[in-house]
Design a protein around this ligand. Structure first.
Ligand code: UD1
Length: 345
């Protein structure tokens, strides 16, 4: 059966590019829209090298309604949207809140406005475990309380979930699947695509691989006095390819009318909490490469511990994040080595 076309916003970005690979390998024709604000056109080469197919690409900003209208006019066969296009740095969002609200919310509202008139059946939305804040109980389920956001970035995720809910409850002629990601890490095992460095990394794994490569003197471990077994913070690190695969299943549910509700929410995590120190040890074990690191003070605003209960995604989507952590660490390292080989970093 011929698969229907999927619009992937932010499709040259980190999670977007891995999802485009999985979509194309599952037979979906894709069109990417991306303004390349935090990605590179060369990502299209990586996607093509892996899949043998070059996805259609439109360089434009999703906050530009006219550009989106032109895209839908050019691709009247779009039936599903996966919306990755968003600004995602917590710290930057504190400095530039208007930028975050504008980018993340206007993008979503433009897409929601255009879906009905263009016959799009559903939208997959990238949300985050940030909506749970510091949970009272771990692991968190989709019913765990939503805590007040502590950054404009986190707030855009909460508001976006509310906007989608309101629009669908108002009778919009489409469905939505909201995916709450835990901590996506690693790269495609081919090392043809991965997370592109943008200045000094704020996230743990890109900083860790750069420290292992000698690009950074040492990794700072933010705190070892938390109420956790080894004192460092705990997260649920999920392989980016596992994460990408969940999007294909989510979009399929909407297009094939398999979803039970017009709006469905899923946690996407492994169900396994891993501390910062455990992650460093896993990397060293998996790659044989040492990570120079030192313990420093806590980072302001950090969550002590959060990990997912992914039972709903496991049962309803038939999806499990099953890549072993060591494999993920190896793919992260292979990607860092590829960046070095290409002279990027
Ligand atoms: C944060 C956000 C999340 C967002 C993500 C992507 C919160 C609660 N979470 O995740 O919503 O999607 O960023 O930007 O705001 N660490 C170090 N040294 C480093 C870097 C990190 O020890 O150099 C530690 C942190 O203290 C944390 C863990 O590594 O315990 C993971 O940090 P990071 O990769 O930044 O992700 P989150 O803070 O979980």
């Amino acid at each position: 059966m011929k698969k229907e076309r999927i619009l992937v916003t932010g499709g040259t970005g980190y999670i977007g590019s891995h999802t485009v690979v999985e979509l194309q390998q599952a037979g979906y024709p894709v069109v990417i829209i991306d303004n390349l604000s935090n990605s590179d056109r060369a990502v299209l080469d990586g996607i093509e090298a892996i899949t043998g197919i070059r996805p259609d690409f439109v360089e434009a900003d999703c906050t530009d309604l006219e550009a989106l209208k032109a895209l839908f006019a050019k691709y009247p066969d779009i039936k599903g949207i996966i919306n990755f296009a968003a600004s995602k740095a917590v710290g930057e969002s504190m400095q530039k809140p208007v930028l975050y609200y504008r980018n993340n919310l206007n993008t979503l509202m433009n897409l929601l406005d255009l879906m009905g008139p263009n016959g799009v059946k559903g939208i997959v939305f990238s949300s985050s475990c940030t909506v749970y804040g510091e949970p009272d109980v771990n692991p968190v389920t989709e019913q765990s309380p939503i805590k007040k956001a502590t950054s404009p970035y986190g707030n855009t995720k909460q508001i976006s979930e509310e906007i989608i809910t309101d629009v669908i409850n108002a009778g919009a002629p489409f469905k939505s699947v909201i995916l709450r990601y835990f901590n996506p890490v690693g790269a495609h095992p081919s090392a043809m695509i991965g997370e592109l460095p943008n200045g000094v990394p704020q996230n743990l794994v890109p900083y860790l691989t750069q420290a292992a490569m000698g690009i950074r003197a040492e990794l700072s471990v933010f705190g070892n006095d938390y109420d956790t077994p080894d004192g460092s913070c705990i997260r649920d690190y999920i392989d980016v390819v596992d994460l990408a695969k969940a999007h294909v299943i989510a979009v399929e549910r909407m297009l094939q009318d398999k979803s039970e509700e017009k709006i469905e929410i899923f946690n996407l995590g492994t169900g396994r909490g891993v501390s910062v120190l455990e992650l460093i040890a896993a990397f060293e074990r998996a790659t044989g490469v040492k990570v120079p690191h030192k313990i420093v003070g806590r980072r302001a605003g950090d969550i002590e511990k959060v990990w997912a209960n992914p039972a709903r995604a496991n049962q309803v989507l038939g999806w499990t994040a099953n890549t072993p952590l060591d494999d993920t660490m190896r793919s992260a390292w292979a990607w860092q080595c590829k960046l070095r080989e290409k002279g990027v970093m």
